[in-house]
Design a protein around this ligand. Structure first.
Ligand code: DAH
Length: 339
């Protein structure tokens, strides 16, 4: 018995000390001290000993087991420390290495134009409003003095969602929403997408407009002209501006406004179609019917204007085709990163 126990003790001790990693140490522990391990086997032999010898051998074997357990735990700790420090060496943090690249996105040219316009108007006290993209027929047309069967409904190739709901064809319905939400004096800008059944080199079925509405006492066409000319000069630099009489149901009088061609300085070129002028948008003094649709009482006056943003971005950034703005081709979009 003694010999057997000694042999197992020495063999186990050797195996523990020679184990090269936690895994082989654990395997050695199972081999010698596990339930079916060699040590358990001689414990079983205890019962074959004469009764008077049992306590002595029981105690002895117990001592051996305890010593082996201590040896095992010591070696386990040693190996774990070694493994940890070699792992730390491997994972060493080199603070002098350049950081991994995290490519960042950039703003879309249309977003940039919207931001620029907002930056021009906010110091003048204007705020920004939005409205739903699916509008009721009433907000998109009727409230803006475009009653059912009015011929100007045909000019805007409307997408109908349901009989009385459309994808808004312009940002002008936000005028009504602003008048319903705030009491004048007010000055709001409303940028956002609009939709028309129209598609060619300079038209897309979804495009963006920005709407402006100012309501106060004693607002004249001169205020409109002054505001637009301030805005256009801030945006385009030193340009000339002109008004042409026009018609919109929601303004009276109405006008369209142009800037002198940025490319040829009015000498005439393909961009301005040899006219020397570039059309920017529509504007006018708010029609009294618009005020009454929105439930506004009192002798208020106001001006409004609207403009298409794709055209503006194409002019500002020299973009030849409107499609480029919607294809999300990163090679195109990256050119605007640092503008
Ligand atoms: N809503 C018009 C359009 O889409 C543009 C416009 C014209 C807006 C005159 C206005 C305005 O606010 O006064 O064609």
């Amino acid at each position: 018995m003694k010999e057997k126990a000694d042999t197992i003790f020495h063999a186990a001790k050797k195996a523990f000390l020679e184990a090269e990693n936690s895994k082989s140490l654990y395997d050695a522990k199972v081999l010698y001290m596990g339930k079916k391990g060699e040590f358990s086997l001689i414990l079983k032999e205890l019962k074959n000993l004469p009764a008077e010898e049992k306590p002595k051998w029981g105690q002895k074997l117990n001592e051996i087991r305890k010593r082996l357990e201590t040896l095992y735990l010591q070696r386990k700790q040693e190996l774990e420390e070694q493994e940890l420090s070699s792992q730390v060496e491997k994972d060493i943090l080199d603070l002098s290495l350049p950081p991994p690249e995290h490519p960042s996105g950039s703003l879309h040219p249309i977003t940039k134009v919207i931001d620029e316009i907002i930056h021009i108007f906010t110091p003048l006290g204007w705020s920004v409003q939005t409205g739903p993209l699916v509008e009721s027929d009433w907000y998109n047309f009727t409230a803006l003095n475009i009653p059912p069967f009015h011929p100007s409904r045909d000019l805007q190739d409307t997408f109908y969602v349901e009989e009385d709901f459309v994808l808004r064809t312009h940002t002008s319905p936000v005028q009504i929403r602003a008048l319903q939400s705030f009491s004048p004096p007010l000055a709001v800008l409303a940028p956002g997408p609009v939709f028309r059944h129209d598609s060619d080199i300079s038209h897309s079925p979804m495009f963006h407009q920005i709407e402006g509405l100012l309501v106060d006492k004693h607002v004249s066409f001169a205020d409109l002209k002054g505001t637009l000319s301030f805005f256009l000069k801030k945006l385009f630099g030193p340009v000339e501006m002109r008004f042409r009489p026009s018609f919109f149901p929601f303004t009276e009088p109405s006008a369209e406004y142009d800037i002198s061609c940025l490319f040829c300085k009015k000498r005439g070129c393909p961009v301005c179609k040899k006219s020397g002028w570039i059309e920017v948008g529509g504007c006018g003094l708010v029609h009294p019917n618009v005020f009454s649709s929105a439930g506004l009482k009192g002798n208020w006056e106001g001006f409004a204007f609207g403009l298409g943003l794709e055209r503006l971005a194409m002019l500002l950034y020299n973009i030849p085709n409107i499609r480029l703005l919607f294809e999300n081709d990163l090679r195109f979009l990256r050119q605007f990163e640092n503008l």
